[in-house]
Design a binder for this molecule. Structure first.
Ligand SMILES: O=C(O)c1cc(=O)[nH]c(=O)n1[C@@H]1O[C@H](COP(=O)(O)O)[C@@H](O)[C@H]1O
Length: 234
């Protein structure tokens, strides 16, 4: 199956004017913009809505709490009309089921966001994961949490590009697979551990790649986003 792959630009800043400038810069190249914890905590949720405007919004709040609280939070944020919304799969089956139900109730069917379960953060390698008590490595944990998320009716997963092939083998074509930890050749990894280039992620079967600093910290963010989009299209 040939999959269409898109670029999500992660706009991590505390400043609404900066975020607005980046939205204009990436708009020709990105299918969605991601606003998350840094921006929402600094600028507030009305600024999230204002900055995204008509651009599809990946709202990355990585919800992780008891089922009742997560469900209520989804109802509270529904006015933002995100295209995608994240929660942590490690919150467990009941939490993800509550999120699914809340999402179905809070949004009309034609405006329902894709619920994406974050499996294992791309900043964790097997050693860091073992420090949290998970002894059999990122790949096994991503598969375990991915299956649990599917059981809860979640639409897709956030994972590293390294887990795409085993996830597709196990879960098939249906789940949306979204991969951060993407680094164009020659760019700095920073705090990311499980990384791949845009074209490697495309070949491995990603639906979306998430790229932040290689775009936002570039001398010319518009050109950096355009180069990544061109790499995906090649
Ligand atoms: O949920 C996410 O988007 C996410 C999950 C994950 O495992 N790793 C990860 O980096 N992210 C996000 O993806 C973005 C990556 O940014 P850069 O490392 O600057 O490209 C950040 O906004 C992270 O919050």
């Amino acid at each position: 199956m040939t999959r269409k792959i898109g670029l999500i630009a992660a706009l991590d800043t505390q400043n609404a004017a900066t975020a607005q400038t980046w939205v204009q810069a990436v708009a020709p190249s990105a299918g969605a913009v991601k606003l998350g914890l840094e921006f929402a905590y600094a600028a507030g949720f009305q600024a999230v809505a204002d900055v995204a405007g008509a651009t599809p919004l990946f709202l990355d709040l990585k919800l992780h709490d008891i089922p009742n609280t997560v469900a209520a939070a989804i109802k509270s944020l529904s006015f933002l009309r995100p295209r995608m919304l994240t929660l942590h799969a490690s919150g467990g089956l009941a939490m993800m089921e509550a999120a699914r139900k809340a999402c179905d109730e809070a949004f009309p069917a034609d405006a329902r966001p894709s619920l994406l379960a974050v499996t294992v953060l791309t900043s964790l390698d097997d050693h860091a994961l073992a420090e949290t008590g998970v002894m059999d490595g990122a790949r096994a944990q991503v598969l375990r949490l991915g299956k649990l998320a599917m059981q809860a009716g979640i639409d897709g997963l956030v994972c590293s590009a390294h887990e795409l092939a085993p996830l597709r083998d196990t879960l098939g074509d249906t789940p949306l697979l979204v991969t951060p930890g993407i680094r164009p050749a020659g760019s700095q990894a920073g705090d990311q551990k499980r990384i791949m280039t845009p074209s490697e992620a495309r070949k491995a079967g990603a639906d979306w790649i998430v790229v932040g600093r290689p775009i936002t910290q570039a001398a010319d963010p518009a050109a950096a986003a355009a180069a990544i989009a061109a790499e995906l299209a090649a």
